[in-house]
Design a protein around this ligand. Structure first.
Ligand SMILES: C[S@@+](CC[C@H](N)C(=O)[O-])C[C@H]1O[C@@H](n2cnc3c(N)ncnc32)[C@H](O)[C@@H]1O
Length: 283
């Protein structure tokens, strides 16, 4: 893909989020409340790692409106550098940081992740739902991996190839047959506990109307980890259980399509097809 096309994709994605960032609440106060409830708890492996107190320097790539960076600074007291290319998202992230009193531990930087070249390396680099929106997820993965220090950790969340297919097809069918409002109503029904209308709309746009996304498998990501000298520690694919047997993990992820079908269609539960990995760079 040419450099010009790469820039065009980045520009399109930035414009999409300038209109409305992801995970965006009606007010900064609402967002601060969510941060205070510690949303990191929804990622048990990340919570356990941060709870160990050994993680001081954290870098978040693609922090968006800042829920994870602010939650880490508030609830685990780490120093967080957070990067995103979207001004509107960073403005909100900074506002929330002021409200919760973590300004001394957070630094928000506006940059394209590919241009971000910090001087030092980090104990933990995290990137949740970001790399698959770039012009080259693999290149982005390699770039963020290089920012992990010896003995440090990488936490990445990506769209899952098999798990995502069902979800996207369901919404493409509704969009083409009944239009955007019907698709939004279906999305809202799947996400019944999400009450804030602005927040819900920001999720809907991001998960259903996005102009650029790719999907990936754990098998693929395990190769990327190997090539970057990182060891897999845990993944949401098997519910954060033992990861010693890769063949079992590959079988677990093969079941993701059926799981997505039963969640989204039969149980009416939101299942967008997303997975996380936690990995470590050996000392
Ligand atoms: C789905 S949102 C996720 C935001 C945040 N991680 C969260 O979980 O709420 C994707 C974010 O990635 C950012 N992003 C996408 N491509 C980027 C790039 N090339 N450089 C920096 N940020 C990027 C967008 O601006 C957006 O805020």
């Amino acid at each position: 893909m040419s450099d010009l096309t790469d820039k065009a994709i980045t520009g399109q994605v930035r414009a999409f989020y300038e209109e409305m960032p992801f995970n965006y609440y009606a007010t900064a106060e609402d967002a601060a409340q969510r941060v205070a409830a510690n949303p990191i708890l929804s990622h048990p492996d990340l919570d356990a790692l941060l709870g160990d107190d050994a993680i001081d320097r954290v870098l978040e790539i693609g922090c968006g409106a800042g829920w994870a960076s602010n939650a880490i600074a508030l609830n685990y007291k780490s120093k967080v550098t957070a990067v995103d290319m979207t001004q509107k998202a960073l403005d909100r992230a900074r506002e929330v940081s002021r409200l919760i009193g973590t300004e001394d531990r957070t630094t928000f930087v506006q940059s394209d992740l590919f241009d971000f070249q910090p001087e030092g390396r980090f104990d933990l680099v995290l990137s949740i739902g970001v790399l698959h929106h770039t012009h080259d997820c693999r290149k982005a993965f390699d770039h963020v991996s290089r920012l992990v220090d010896q003995g440090g950790f990488l936490f990445v969340g990506l769209y899952h190839l098999a798990g995502r297919r069902v979800f996207l097809q369901m919404f493409q069918d509704i969009l083409s047959r009944e239009g955007e409002e019907a698709a939004f109503q279906r999305f809202a029904a799947l996400n019944a506990p999400m009450r804030d209308e602005t927040h819900l709309r920001s999720w809907f746009r991001d998960q259903v109307l996005h102009p650029n996304e790719t999907q990936h498998s754990l098998e693929e990501v395990m190769c990327w980890l190997d090539q970057n000298g990182l060891e897999l520690i845990s993944t949401s694919i098997n519910g954060y259980e033992d990861v010693a047997d890769r063949q079992v993990l590959i079988e677990d992820e093969a079941a993701y399509e059926a799981l997505s079908r039963s969640r989204n269609y039969e149980e009416n539960r939101f299942f967008p097809g997303f997975f996380t990995v936690l990995a470590r760079r050996p000392d």
